[in-house]
Design a protein. Structure first.
Ligand code: HEM
Length: 512
């Protein structure tokens, strides 16, 4: 089957960077019937429309509590993944693995902490058009259907995140043309082209498998609204062309970040910038630290610029001398293949080294073995900034109150546990990442001590001679203040959910 772009919500394909105004509504369903009516007529934007041709976009996603509140039978909800059903904040064990402890603990969140929301509506618009677009979408039906739990406005920071670094540079390339073979061959080298099934349900993933999702008997889809399941003849696929959406509100302490670096650098602007860049793993302009500075510096705002800025792996920096192992981008995507690179020739794994590694004889491969293959742990990032842009100098100088600032982090994927939770838990929060003993992501990690009491508030910079230099006493720069796991259905699935036979559902819906 070909990919039905007109059935997929546009955010999977487009970041809508030209639509610089955006606002996200975190909702609870107050009246299920009105919510269903609103959903069945909501002008949800599909991926078939070119990003440059649209001036307004609306996207919708529901939590498992939201599906329940809408009247979806429990038996159907149970076929979604367990982490989606459980939710982001309901389980103490999950919170610990995600680093949602201490100042990040769900009990301190502004939304999503004690009760999960039901829905999120993402609105995007061209400059000057958001107010009108919001009015169009939030008519009388909306007011009856939903109670608003949180309004998340965003700020256009012109391609920078609030600390001042170019963002949105690296994204996986999705195999929209379905050119990749759909089986799990060992892939020795890093590739950015990823199976569609890693991001959309109903297609094969990097293991050559279909991710589990709700499949229905045709009798449960009497109006023939859903697509047939490709891997299960006779079944209808509620997941196909849908994706999971992770939303986290991450508050950034921009003043704390730049003041810390400024103090450690004794007020030297070049030194404080270099220290901050080592923690990110890219320069503020977006150039990878393993690359050296090309002139002119590629423009992260253009596709060609982003391609140039992403044409690297860490194979040529095996000791982490140029880009530290603990840097945010090296943790979040180590850019490795399935076999460790021991050839020293920039990521090309030779036949002999491949054989030695497979047989377990290659001692030099041990370090590479410490990090799992990248291709199983990618995610599409679609976050937007909020609050106030502040240049480093202003952040250091300004002693007054500032507006709360940060990132409404959004990522899409077909498997929350293998993608978002693995990256967040093992790579960002994991204190024993890639041979590092007791430190978490210097930019976004929490600073909770280990269970034996060892501190984790440090960042190692490997040195040519001797032990790594350590920057200690890192404050926590980023805190979690809200979040939830959502399912972003296909357009067909959304219509199906909105028109299910709800004879057993009472309305209005209470708290679930
Ligand atoms: C406020 C919090 C965060 C800030 C300020 C931040 C900042 C950045 C910056 C500046 C980049 C480099 C630009 C780019 O490649 O697009 C980046 C890349 C990235 N970040 Fe974050 N980030 C944050 C949170 C997170 C979280 C929570 C995750 C994952 C759970 C994450 C995953 C990634 C990934 C996967 C990349 C791309 C790495 C690559 O492919 O090279 N980030 N981030």
């Amino acid at each position: 089957m070909a990919v039905e772009l007109d059935d997929i919500q546009g955010l999977v394909r487009h970041a809508y960077a030209r639509l610089t105004e955006a606002c996200f509504y975190v909702l609870r369903i107050a009246d299920a019937q009105a919510a269903r009516r609103w959903l069945s007529s909501a002008p949800v934007t599909s991926a078939a429309l070119a990003a440059k041709s649209v001036r307004e976009v609306l996207q919708v996603a529901l939590t498992s509590d939201g599906l329940r509140a809408l009247g979806v039978p429990q038996s159907l909800i149970e076929e979604f993944s367990s982490e989606f059903i459980g939710g982001m904040s309901a389980d103490a064990n999950r919170s610990r693995r995600l680093g949602d402890v201490g100042p990040n603990a769900p009990e301190n969140w502004k939304w999503g902490g004690s009760t999960a929301p039901h829905m999120v509506v993402l609105l995007y618009a061209a400059p000057g058009r958001l107010t009108e677009w919001t009015q169009t979408v939030t008519g009388p039906e909306w007011t009856t259907a939903f109670s608003v739990e949180a309004v998340l406005p965003t700020t256009d920071m012109k391609g920078l995140e609030p600390f001042g670094f170019a963002d949105g540079i690296s994204q996986p390339e999705l195999d929209w043309q379905l050119t990749l073979p759909s089986h799990d061959h060992t892939q020795p080298e890093y590739s950015n082209l990823i199976e569609l099934g890693e991001f959309l349900l109903g297609y094969t993933n990097e293991y050559g498998r279909f991710t589990e999702r709700p499949l229905l008997d045709p009798a449960d889809d009497p109006h023939d609204q859903l697509a047939p399941a490709e891997d299960a003849p006779g079944k209808r696929d509620l997941g196909r062309n849908g994706s999971y959406l992770v939303l986290r509100q991450l508050r950034q302490d921009v003043q704390g970040f730049w003041r810390f670096h400024d103090t450690r650098a004794n007020g030297d602007p070049a030194a404080r910038k270099a220290m901050a860049e080592a923690m990110v793993g890219r320069t503020m302009a977006g150039v990878s630290l393993v690359e050296g500075a090309p002139t002119p510096s590629p423009d992260p705002g253009t596709k060609a610029g982003r391609e140039q800025l992403n044409a690297f792996t860490y194979a040529g920096d095996p000791e982490g001398m140029r880009c530290p192992f603990g840097a945010h981008v090296r943790r979040a995507n180590p850019r490795n293949g399935d076999l460790p690179d021991t050839s020293g020739n920039g990521g090309k794994v030779g036949l002999l080294s491949r054989l030695l590694t497979t047989l377990g004889f290659d001692a030099a491969a041990l370090r590479g073995d410490l990090v799992a293959s990248s291709r199983f742990h990618r995610m599409l990032r679609r976050g937007r900034e909020y609050g106030q842009s502040l240049l480093p100098e202003a952040a250091i100088a300004d002693k007054g109150e500032t507006v709360e600032t940060g990132l409404h982090f959004i990522c899409l994927g077909a498997n929350i546990s293998r993608q978002f939770e693995f990256i967040q838990g093992a790579w960002i929060t994991g204190a024993k990442f890639n041979g590092l003993a007791a430190e978490r992501d210097p930019l976004v990690g929490d600073r909770q001590p280990l269970s034996d009491g060892s501190e984790t508030d440090r960042f190692s910079l490997p040195q040519a001679e001797g032990a790594a230099c350590q920057i200690a006493g890192l404050p926590q720069f980023v805190s979690v203040v809200g979040g939830a796991y959502f399912f972003m259905p296909s357009l067909r699935a959304l219509r199906f959910l909105a028109t299910l036979d709800h004879s057993n559902t009472s309305s209005p819906v209470g708290s679930t």
